[in-house]
Ligand binder design. Structure first.
Ligand code: ZN
Length: 283
């Protein structure tokens, strides 16, 4: 993958049906879903699962304010490098990032595979939102000033190809910003197979900070910022996630925390999501 081919082969990784590349350490799912299988996964139910145990989001649209706050925080960091112009959000879901980008003065465009989510985004942004896979969208080459891909590359069967497409769509000097679970993070190492970053069916590959930076350089980017990012969540989600790692803490939280705290928003950063900002330096 990142190494560009099968140099030394693969070994089985102890976590849910993953292989680890012996050359670059990248983890990836043994089975790659087809386009039809992806469409069957990213339905309305994915965005409103109603159950923390199911794939996707409990209620993506209910969490609108929290999600937008998280995007605004990241976009303000990006805008230190590019303050205006066209932004493409790849995997834009229902368009929350596009709304925030517009409020901040950027001209937003989106790509989204899920026809349910894309139709929500199209209600507001019309033809600026393409429903399908990135290579099929006919945006002009070198047209965008900023491309964002939040928690996107781990969901696609070929992340290298996806980043190459983003590179082609950016103008020279344009900025790519993306987030993805960091399999080399301390939380991932401490929690092993129970790491919340591991999501069978949904996540098809796992990067480390090192191999993500390596890949971006190989494709033609200069990495200008490599760190972690958190997100705004409510107290109820924090209790649920604590319960995932420690059942007793989860139960205590459920019983003892008042509902005002369960509904309050907190910025949480477990340092296991890598946030990279990279500048296109050549073709
Ligand atoms: Zn490799």
């Amino acid at each position: 993958m990142v190494c560009g081919g099968i140099l030394n082969g693969y070994e089985k990784f102890s976590s849910p049906s993953l292989l680890r590349c012996l050359s670059c350490g990248m983890l990836f799912a043994q089975q790659r879903p087809s386009r039809v299988e992806l469409e069957q996964l990213y339905t309305r139910d994915y965005f409103k699962s109603g159950d923390y145990q199911k794939p996707g989001y409990l209620d993506y649209q209910y969490d609108e304010m929290l999600i937008k706050k998280s995007f605004a925080r990241r976009l303000k960091v990006i805008m230190r490098f590019v303050a205006s112009g066209k932004l493409l959000d790849v995997g834009c879901a229902t368009g929350f990032c596009l709304e925030v980008a517009q409020e901040l003065g950027l001209e937003p465009y989106g790509v989204e595979l899920s026809s349910f989510a894309a139709s929500c985004a199209q209600e507001r942004f019309g033809t600026h939102v393409f429903c399908g896979e990135l290579p099929q969208a006919d945006f002009p080459q070198e047209w965008f000033d900023v491309i964002t891909a939040w928690d996107y590359i781990e969901h696609v069967p070929d992340p290298v190809e996806a980043i190459q497409h983003m590179h082609a769509l950016l103008r020279t000097g344009g900025i790519l910003a993306l987030t993805t679970p960091d399999a080399s993070s301390i939380v991932a190492k401490l929690t092993g197979a129970r790491w919340l970053g591991f999501k069978e069916q949904e996540h098809l590959c796992y990067f480390s900070r090192e191999n993500l930076a390596f890949l971006l350089k190989r494709i033609g980017f200069s990495v200008v910022s490599l760190g972690t990012t958190g997100k705004y969540v409510d107290g109820a989600l924090i209790i649920d996630r604590l319960g995932h790692y420690n059942a007793l803490l989860g139960r205590l939280g459920q019983r003892l925390l008042p509902s005002t705290i369960k509904k309050a928003s907190f910025y949480v950063n477990p340092f296991d999501i890598v946030f990279v900002i990279a500048k296109k330096i050549n073709n």
